[in-house]
Design a protein around this ligand. Structure first.
Ligand SMILES: CN1c2c(nc(N)[nH]c2=O)NC[C@@H]1CNc1ccc(C(=O)N[C@@H](CCC(=O)N[C@@H](CCC(=O)N[C@@H](CCC(=O)O)C(=O)O)C(=O)O)C(=O)O)cc1
Ligand SMILES: N[C@@H](CCS)C(=O)O
Ligand SMILES: [Zn+2]
Length: 760
């Protein structure tokens, strides 16, 4: 029999039960015991669903109250010393403080998990970081699963990937030389403790094999896996998100018991591994997409796997391409999706059923799953030809774009003069990134409106009241370029997805973004266009409340597709450019309505980069072209902003410059403006607004901290090109701290303006 296994499942609960329980615990409205009960019920229900679908080895270690990388750091005792916590006696309260900060300590940093919209907690590495094994939490969950009658396979991020993911907090040379000798025995100790608990198989994920991590990292694999294999557990190495064919020799020679490969992201590697990986070891093949919502083509998958089975026998295992953490949980609860489109989809629960069918077909032949294959074939055929997907006008518009259609009318030097003429901004102009606090009242009003308990007129009035308050606050603060605050938006991507043709959206398709925060990515199923203006109404209303130039706010084409589930029948470049043209309609309508400062956010431009460097240039060419297309045709005097956050941008500065936004605002405060230094050295040509404080914390920075960052910025960017703004949007903040933070930002700006004016 071919083992059906998986490495992870959505953990927030089908209706986000964990999110609500964790947030209640933080507020003191739920005890730890009550929170643990909710968590145990989620695990129980997840395992039961997996077992019912036919899974043979169920994951343990995929559940987390905040983040599984943070859990692993706790298990290997590598929590930052600055918190002063004892890793052997870490409480749940302290665990959350690591992730969220406390009165004296900043939260640990978080960043994107490879090319996903999931954020992990970044390990903090010092030369003197110490490690110690703490397996109790994992062992409790192993016992829990076994008590429920399950065969299990715990999954952990591997030691090399863990080291690679972390950030050196001071320069101490090579992490492999300094830290690996300390981590490895502890990691091995952890495995020995699991072996003593009766664990037979463990999956150790080393996704760094799929990125270009470099030779030093790959060279370390043999010694590490020799040591870990000596612990008595059987190891399958997990890889995903890109191919690992280039490491076939290394992977074949490691003394482990198997490997998992993602054949959705890299189909050709299936043949490479089928032909070259030793059949005495387990080859786990992921052909069911863990990163998207489309049904698998079951007939094709079974036909592909059959010859592999002939060579590998029971050593062929089947699994989703990666952890299902990145999938929405259950399509069955969706009541409002167009039934035809819904029939093309599979969420995590349905993907398990698909794997169950594949397993059955491999064991008993295709005839034994005839009905399931017929349904799968019909869905695939319908999706390939359905008219809902195709819009000839959209295709024709894209195909007939003239050469240079992506260029503004004049170069930046001319445009900025036309903009300065009417904007008359002071030196060091101030702005924010767009969103203001999404309060419980705003969310409740929207929930009531969606349920039909609040009329459209009352919802409209409630949002206008929020916008008016937001503008009034910015007037008082004397922010030079105000925003409307995005109160009417559930999310910066979903909001637009709801209004664009070619997109559909779910009621419950939540995916964890970080900690208790989730997003509900909309789904691009066909050609995208904009039937009606999307933001003009709200931006015009906001502009009517102030004489200052109101900044309109759109989400850019790359971020729109990257934070959506995307159709997989056309290249991403086509999807991005279709969205760009839809956004371009909006830009021109905003301009007509008198909104002449327009921000097109692209926070996902870095995360959308292919994991393999060899594919970067091709991606950057079309991604930057798509961005430029979205503002094409705008007048010189219209000022286009863009915004980026959450990522390192140093290595793509020329591409960012080629986007040719008049102003870019970027997250820089958490790296103490290091990123900006790169912008300065590169001589970024247009205006730039480096974030002067971190918006992820309610902490109000001291004026001296903001001044330090702003002075650093003034040293690397010509002062006439420099803007002042926070790092990112303020939607996760409360009003009290927001106002205090912005007051500090304004006060420092005014002080420096005076200084600059006196120096003239
Ligand atoms: C900038 N970020 C974003 C990313 N991806 C996106 N798609 N969007 C982003 O903004 N990736 C990188 C970062 C990640 N950062 C964040 C920050 C904050 C959140 C967040 O707050 N998420 C919310 C859900 C947001 C939402 O869609 N809200 C809806 C539904 C509100 C809701 O929960 N309603 C309740 C009832 C409420 C009530 O009655 O009071 C319900 O439906 O049950 C809305 O506003 O309408 C979260 O709470 O997790 C995410 C990523
Ligand atoms: N305009 C968005 C950008 C977030 S990256 C906001 O302010 O929330
Ligand atoms: Zn941002």
């Amino acid at each position: 029999m071919n083992t059906f296994h998986l490495s992870g499942y959505p953990r927030v609960g089908a209706k986000r039960e964990l999110k609500f329980a964790v947030e209640a615990f933080w507020k003191g409205a739920k005890s730890e015991a009550e929170l643990q009960e909710v968590a145990a019920e989620i695990r129980r229900s997840n395992w039961a669903t997996q077992k019912a679908a036919g899974a043979d080895l169920l994951p343990v270690g995929d559940f987390s109250f905040y983040d599984h990388v943070l859990d692993l750091l706790c298990a290997v005792g590598a929590i930052p010393k600055r918190f002063g916590f004892d890793p052997a006696n870490l409480t749940l309260e302290q665990y959350f403080q690591l992730a969220r900060g406390n009165a004296t300590q900043f939260a640990m940093e978080m960043t994107k998990w490879f090319d996903t919209n999931y954020h992990y907690i970044v390990p903090e590495w010092h030369a003197d970081t110490e490690f110690s094994a703490h397996s109790a939490r994992l062992i409790e969950q192993i016992k829990e699963a076994k008590a429920q009658g399950h065969d299990i396979k715990p999954t952990l991020v591997g030691p090399l990937t863990l080291l690679w993911l972390g950030k050196k907090k001071e320069e101490f040379g090579c992490r492999i030389k300094t830290l690996l000798p300390k981590l490895l025995p502890v990691y091995a100790q952890l495995l020995r403790e699991l072996a003593a608990e009766g664990v037979d198989w463990i999956q150790i994920d080393e996704p760094i094999l799929a990125v270009d991590a470099g030779e030093a990292w790959t060279n370390a694999f043999p010694e590490v896996y020799q040591e870990l294999t000596n612990t008595g557990v059987r190891i399958i190495i997990g890889t995903y998100f890109a191919g690992v064919s280039e490491h076939i020799k290394l992977l074949s020679s490691l003394p482990v018991h198997g490997v998992h490969i993602d054949c959705v992201r890299d189909y050709p590697q299936l043949e490479v591994f089928a032909d070259n990986y030793p059949s005495s070891k387990v080859l786990s093949i992921g052909l069911v997409d863990g990163r998207n919502v489309w049904k698998a083509n079951l007939t094709k998958i079974i036909d592909t796997l059959q010859p592999v089975k002939e060579k590998f026998g029971n050593n062929l295992w089947i699994a989703p391409s990666c952890s299902l953490l990145h999938s929405p949980q259950d399509l069955a609860v969706e009541e409002k999706l167009d039934p035809e489109i819904k029939n093309w989809m599979a969420f995590a629960a349905q993907k398990l059923v698909e794997l169950g069918v594949i397993k059955q077909a491999l064991a008993h032949g295709k005839d034994s799953v005839q009905a399931a294959l017929k349904a799968s074939d019909e869905a695939a055929a319908d999706r390939a030809t359905n008219k809902k997907i195709h819009n000839d006008a959209v295709k024709a518009r894209l195909e007939s774009l003239p050469a240079g259609a992506d260029q503004r009318k004049s170069p930046f030097a001319t445009r900025i003069k036309a903009q300065q003429e009417w904007m008359k901004l002071p030196i060091l102009p101030t702005t924010t990134i767009g969103s203001f606090p999404q309060t419980a009242e705003i969310r409740a009003a929207r929930a009531a409106f969606k349920k039909g308990e609040l009329s459209a007129a009352d919802y409209d009035a409630a949002m206008k009241k929020e916008i008016a308050y937001c503008v009034e606050i910015q007037e008082k603060l004397q922010l030079d370029v105000p925003v409307h605050g995005e109160a009417e938006r559930n999310d910066m991507v979903e909001y637009f997805g709801e209004q664009l043709a070619g997109y559909c959206f779910t009621q419950f398709g939540w995916v964890q973004s970080y900690g208790s925060r989730c997003v509900k990515p909309p789904i691009i199923f066909g050609d995208v266009s904009r039937p009606n203006p999307m933001t003009v109404y709200w931006s015009s209303y906001a502009q009517s409340l102030t004489k200052r130039p109101m900044k309109g706010m759109l989400t850019g084409p790359v971020t729109m597709f990257k934070w959506s589930f995307v159709r997989d029948d056309v290249p991403l470049s086509v999807v991005a450019k279709q969205i760009a043209l839809a956004l371009n309609d909006e830009v021109l309508d905003l301009e007509k309505a008198g909104i002449k400062v327009i921000q097109i956010d692209e926070p996902a431009i870095r995360e959308a980069m292919p994991l393999k460097k060899s594919q970067w240039n091709e991606y950057l060419d079309w991604a930057c072209e798509a961005f430029r297309l979205s503002s094409t045709g705008a007048e010189d005097s219209t000022q286009i902003h863009t915004h980026m956050c959450y990522s390192e941008f140093n290595d793509i500065l020329p591409a960012i410059a080629s986007m040719d936004a008049d102003v870019i605002t970027i997250e820089t405060s958490r790296s103490d403006m290091d990123l900006l230094t790169a912008f300065g050295e590169f001589k970024y040509p247009n205006d730039i607004g480096p974030g002067v404080y971190d918006i992820h914390s309610p902490r109000v920075p001291a004026e001296s901290e903001i001044e330090h960052l702003l002075r650093k910025a003034m040293n690397v960017v010509p002062v006439e090109r420099l803007w002042v703004n926070p790092d990112c949007g303020l939607k996760t903040r409360g009003w009290t701290e927001t106002i205090e933070q912005l007051e500090k930002m304004m006060s420092v700006t005014k002080k420096l303006r005076e200084e600059l004016n006196q120096a003239k």
